[in-house]
Design a protein around this ligand. Sequence first.
Ligand code: AHR
Length: 656
Amino acid sequence: MQPRSRFVPLLLATLLLLVVAARPPARTAQPVRAQVTVDAGAPGATIPRTLFGIFFEDINFAADGGLYPERVKNRSFELPDPLMGWKKAEARGGSFEIRTDRAISANNTRYLRLTTDGETAFGVMNDGYRGVGAREGETFHVSLAARRVSGTPRALRVELRTPGGRSIGETRFDVPDASAGWTTLSGRLTSSAREMHGRVAVLLEGPGTVDIDVVSVFPVDTWRGRPHGLRRDLVELLAALQPGFLRFPGGCIVEGRYLDGRYRWKETLGDPAERRPLVNRWNDEFMHRPAPDYYQSFGLGFFEYFQLAEDLGAEPLPIINCGMACQFNSGELAPIEELDEYIQDALDLIEFANGPADSPWGARRAAMGHPAPFRLKFIGIGNEQWGPEYIERFERFARALKAKHPEIRLVASAGPGPDGERFDYLWTKLRELQADLVDEHYYQPPSWFLAHASRYDAYPRTGPKVFAGEYAAHVRGRSGPERSTWEAALAEAAFITGLERNADVVELSSYAPLLGHVDAWQWSPNLIWFDNLSSVGTTSYQVQKLFATNRGERILPVRINGSPGRDGALYASAAQTEERGAIVKLVNTAGAVQPVSIAGLGSGTMRVITLAAPLEAVNTLQNPNTVVPVERTIEARGDTLDIDLPAHSVVVIRPS
Ligand code: AHR
């Protein structure tokens, strides 16, 4: 019995298996092939060259510690705490003090006095912007102002050090004679090792006393090799976006928390050592991300912004304070009768950018090395303002600016949100005032971007144009670089098809913010993340780049299963190329492959550029290429092209 009873269950199990195996496989639902129709014979409005641009704000250490690659923080001892960033480099052997008598200039009123007790070197050490970065073999231009006070000091030595204190590069300077007064010393230093969080030490080889100021350690390898120029890898990432405009300097930084702390462009010109620092409003805006050492040196000032815009082939778009401090903070207002000073700032800015080299402000530009005008065409009046107070001020600005410069197009604010009472009020008033462009901001979840891809289909075709001036999809439950997921970027891509289809109404758009230092950020997500040595374009960066570099010249109508631009999880836009071919952009937000038949693209060899990834994918400094475009070519025969769109993908198809 025993053997038989054991055999029965085995037999039954085998039979069951055979039955299951013999059953036809369960049918997985095949997505229905979508019909995409591009009407290549009906080109619409011209797509402005400015449709995709960049928004720069000094937030997240985007300027000092980022694009402006000075390694020494508080190089002139001018911050409210004059020793911020500095401490003793050696335990013993001398002393130091901050002094103000016989300072180097009226704008640079403090300096450091170093005294050695004897022959041993003694000095101070700077901790840079979350450390001092140096690549192995990287050369730095080193300079400092020095004045001998007494004694017979042998030399001043500037060292690059590891956090543990090991020297990885140095340069030495003879101490000038006492009769020479303040003297600028300059030389070079090359790092013998790679260091992410190093230090800069300034040491006096005694015996004696010497004053020092404006201590600078600056990479030689900058964007376009300009002395004291911008950080090359970051500008290269910006250049690859082929931006149509560069908006600067923000953002809320324009407004200040109080008017006293507002951005004053005139203070950012001339010799960088003479530019007086100002607290950065992001310094302690967010209690959970404090940055008490966040100041603006203005090494990256208005001349440099204009020059950067020119280098990038982008229209400069400065935003100017309109007599209102940030309404999320003090909301301080400049009284209407005192608005002239602010309006004059805007008029002078136009002259600085466009005036002849012999005009007062044009001469300032010429003196900085750019006699030719910067061809400014746009100015933003205020950043994220709202209410009747704003309308009243905008109107005054518009009247004065248009009277003198009807050629300059004025950007007005639609406030901080994408809809609601404030927003509607502003739009109504700005239409009445015939503003040229209205700046809309939306930081929203991915679902909002998907739901609002057709937002501009219903906008009036006359009146002010739209500047989608700050936007980004914000996913929940993540922060820092991990927040720049493919889910966010995919939703932005779907939304951008709507911007492109409505490029007759939307003239400019920019993701915000642009840059974030991984060790010093206040806001996430950002378009580009960086540390002291390297940088990475996020998934959103890849989307911006894909759209901007495949912009096309004129809008082409596109339908999906008969609906303009969108059907279900599928989004599309199309454009005519210079050669009169058609580019189509398709965004499949579904988690399954979507087969499509595309009519109207013509025949021949086509380039197919694809971004596709799981929703949680991110590009990080450690893994920068998780989401990058993949390109192939296909042959289109006849007028219909059949193609499978991968799950969660953005696909661009264009003639090769
Ligand atoms: O992009 C960051 C901030 O968001 C900008 O400074 C401000 O305009 C907006 O609220």
